[in-house]
Write a protein that binds this ligand. Structure first.
Ligand code: HEM
Length: 248
């Protein structure tokens, strides 16, 4: 039964329910430089939203499995709106001058966004499964286990393909041409594409910010930096939903 009292028997408050004191303890910079707080909070905010995106993508997959397209789209809509926020949020980091970033950048090497486990989980759960990232990850055993699970469990793309099979295996062209009959599947395709396209926006936006901050320098994670990131811009969760457009 839910209680209005916290663990210590005290009445719940804003701070105790949301664990605000604990949350505000989690920004421990290494340099004492002014902009490091912004840098840490921006990344932590991303990880918190990644957590919600993963939860919503799981719900999407489960609703598709249950042939419940209405609620699958409901969850995908939330994913899309959060991702738009994540694209916008990059601008906050662009208020940091490259000189001010350089003042603490060396302190955080070899840490890098490249090691974000939840980012890879979102890729895997959506349908973009690249096992090579598992080998290159600096992660706890619990995180490795989570990522392994994502690699082997059905993705949103798998759930979509299974749904189409249950509906008699129409081709994507059939779905796009006969909206009278397949309107709900078509709407789902477009909602999946919204997720895919917004994630691609994030990649493009991130690499521009990286060029603005560090130009063509190597990344703290050891990659070629912007050059590596540019090589990821063509990644798609649902390539067939993009390809079908050329066949219409
Ligand atoms: C000053 C800000 C930032 C800079 C200069 C920067 C730079 C870079 C660089 C150079 C890489 C390539 C890997 C490496 O060698 O390190 C990278 C990858 C990555 N960064 Fe950032 N980043 C910044 C902010 C962020 C933020 C706020 C996030 C949000 C979580 C983020 C997430 C990622 C992810 C997920 C990758 C891996 C991308 C992939 O492999 O496709 N970065 N970043």
């Amino acid at each position: 039964m839910s209680s209005r009292f916290g663990e210590e028997g005290r009445k719940l408050s804003y701070g105790s329910y949301l664990k605000v004191p604990e949350l505000l303890q989690l920004q421990q910079g290494l340099s004492g430089e002014h902009d490091e707080l912004l840098f840490i909070v921006a990344h932590q905010a991303y990880e918190l939203w990644f957590k919600v995106v993963l939860d919503e993508l799981e719900a999407t997959r489960d609703r598709i499995d249950a042939d419940d397209i209405f609620f699958a789209r409901h969850h995908l809509r939330r994913v899309y709106v959060i991702e738009k926020l994540l694209v916008e949020q990059i601008e906050v980091l662009e208020t940091m001058s490259p000189q001010d970033f350089l003042a603490f950048r060396a302190n955080l090497a070899p840490a890098s966004g490249f090691q974000s486990v939840q980012f890879r989980e979102i890729e895997f759960l959506s349908g973009l499964k690249e096992p090579k990232y598992l080998a290159r990850l600096e992660a706890t055993p619990e995180e490795v286990e989570r990522l392994q699970r994502r690699l082997h469990e059905p993705s949103v793309a798998d759930a979509f393909h299974a749904l189409v099979a249950r509906r008699g295996s129409p081709s994507l062209l059939d779905i796009f041409h006969d909206r009278q009959r397949f309107g709900d599947l078509f709407d789902l395709c477009e909602a999946l594409l919204d997720h895919d396209e917004t994630f691609a926006h994030w990649r493009a936006r991130h690499v521009l910010m990286v060029e603005r901050q560090i130009g063509s320098k190597q990344g703290t994670g050891g990659s070629s930096g912007a050059q590596y990131l540019r090589s990821t811009l063509g990644k798609r969760f649902f390539p067939e939903l993009w390809e079908v457009r050329s066949q219409l």
